[in-house]
Design a protein around this ligand. Structure first.
Ligand code: APR
Ligand code: PHB
Length: 390
């Protein structure tokens, strides 16, 4: 098989890139090692920056999001007896869209299928060959047969555990990482959200977050030990711990119910540089990871794909190579600012096992300053809604 762009991974990054290239008349093949149902079964992010919303609209995949998504103009931060709303709309003129990653991935899958796209699910043992030639190849196993895709370029959209980053020469690749000493225990339940907007909580027992997927489907998280045993967390134990950490009114009014999904996610900050080597481009989680506190993971994939789709379009339409040459630097400039913001939110809102009274005093001072200073809230808001794609 021959294509212009070989894409590894059918998560949001790979599918969005494939759809945007298609609209520019650029051919791609997407190789995904899991089944479509497995990809959709992963419960991930839920808050879209305006940049991602705009990308989905440009990709012609926004009809359901615009119908079912929830536009949020702000959210609350709670600590001790303090509850402060951060007014995103007032400080930035923009909002965020609450719409599950599962839903937007389904919308992208449906668009690719409607276009008759070559998205190969359950493509096993994908390998990148001849990367240092003008015709790099992808080979994979499917139904007991080896298949080959000869490409002009390869987009590594295969997430943190994928193969693309490992195809970068060790002499070239630099990795930067911070692993946090806790995780997030999250549940999904068919219950009415406790509030109309998100609630982030810094409690002395640990972080908590009240989110949602719709006005009938709630998403809650509590900070837990990174090596917590999920089987020891019954629904009742989760609800009890969540209610201890919530402000009194919310704890009293929250609607509880059976979990339809329950999982523990580790928290990590990670950046791989550069994001291009010859004809290989890394995008999304393949190149970077943020702790979910700032809701940046999915939205960083959007800006990577914005820069990459423009670079590939510039090449095929006008023979330009400058956008390819600047791809990595442009992505990383925005990625590091999102890494900083996500690290800061995580540091301020979580209970660190080793933190002493001075550390706790600094956390409370950070939160007190944020919740009482308009300029501080304006700076926080512009980071939360997403810095420009520039
Ligand atoms: N071969 C083929 N496919 C692979 C391989 C491989 N060797 N390794 C991983 N994949 C697939 C995974 O099965 C997954 O479907 O690549 C896809 C990567 O998707 P994501 O991990 O969702 O990464 P990305 O598309 O960049 O989206 C980032 O997803 O993980 C969340 O929090 C993250 O919200 C962010 C978003
Ligand atoms: C979610 O709804 O899953 C969510 C929302 C906001 C975050 C993290 C996760 O910061």
């Amino acid at each position: 098989m021959r294509t212009q762009v070989g894409i590894i991974g059918a998560g949001p990054s790979g599918l969005l890139l494939s759809q945007l290239l298609h609209l520019q008349g650029i051919d791609s093949v997407v190789l995904e090692r899991r089944s479509a149902d497995y990809v959709l079964g992963r419960i991930r992010a839920g808050v879209l920056e305006q940049g991602m919303v705009d990308m989905l609209r440009a990709a012609g995949c926004s009809e359901r999001m615009d119908r079912e998504g929830l536009v949020h103009d702000g959210f609350e931060i709670c600590f001790g007896e303090n509850r402060q709303r951060i007014d995103l709309k007032k400080h930035t003129g923009t909002s965020v869209m609450v719409y599950g990653q599962t839903e937007l991935t389904k919308d992208l899958m449906d668009a690719r299928e409607a276009a008759g796209a070559a998205v190969v699910y359950e493509a096993e043992d994908v390998q990148i060959l001849d990367l240092d030639t003008d015709t790099p190849r992808l080979i994979y196993q499917k139904d007991g047969t080896e298949h080959e895709v000869v490409c002009d370029y390869i987009a590594g959209c295969d997430g943190f555990h994928g193969i693309s980053r490992r195809a970068m020469p060790e002499s070239v690749l630099k990795e930067h990482e911070r692993v946090y000493p806790f995780g997030w225990l999250g549940i999904l339940s068919e219950t009415k959200p406790v509030a109309d907007e998100l609630i982030y909580v810094n409690h002395w027992r640990g972080f908590a977050l009240c989110s949602m997927r719709s006005m009938t489907r709630s998403r809650y998280y509590i900070q837990c030990a990174f090596d917590e045993n999920l089987e020891e967390w019954t629904d009742d134990r989760f609800w009890d711990e969540l209610r201890v950490r919530l402000p009194g009114e919310a704890a009293e009014s929250i609607e509880m119910g059976p979990s339809i999904e329950k999982s523990i996610a580790p928290l990590r900050s990670f950046v791989a540089e550069p994001m291009r080597h010859g004809r290989l481009f890394l995008a999304g989680d393949a190149a970077h990871i943020v702790p979910p506190t700032g809701a940046k993971g999915l939205n960083l994939a959007a800006s990577d794909i914005y820069f990459l789709s423009n670079a590939l379009t510039g090449f095929y339409a006008d023979g330009r190579t400058d956008l390819m040459d600047s791809y990595s630097e442009k992505c990383l400039n925005r990625i590091w600012k999102a890494e900083r913001f996500s690290w800061w939110m995580t540091t301020v809102l979580h209970r660190f096992p080793e933190q002493n009274s001075f550390d706790r005093g600094i956390q409370l001072a950070e939160l007190e300053y944020l919740t009482t200073s308009e300029p501080a809230q304006a700076s926080f808001a512009e980071n939360y809604v997403g810095l420009p794609f520039e």
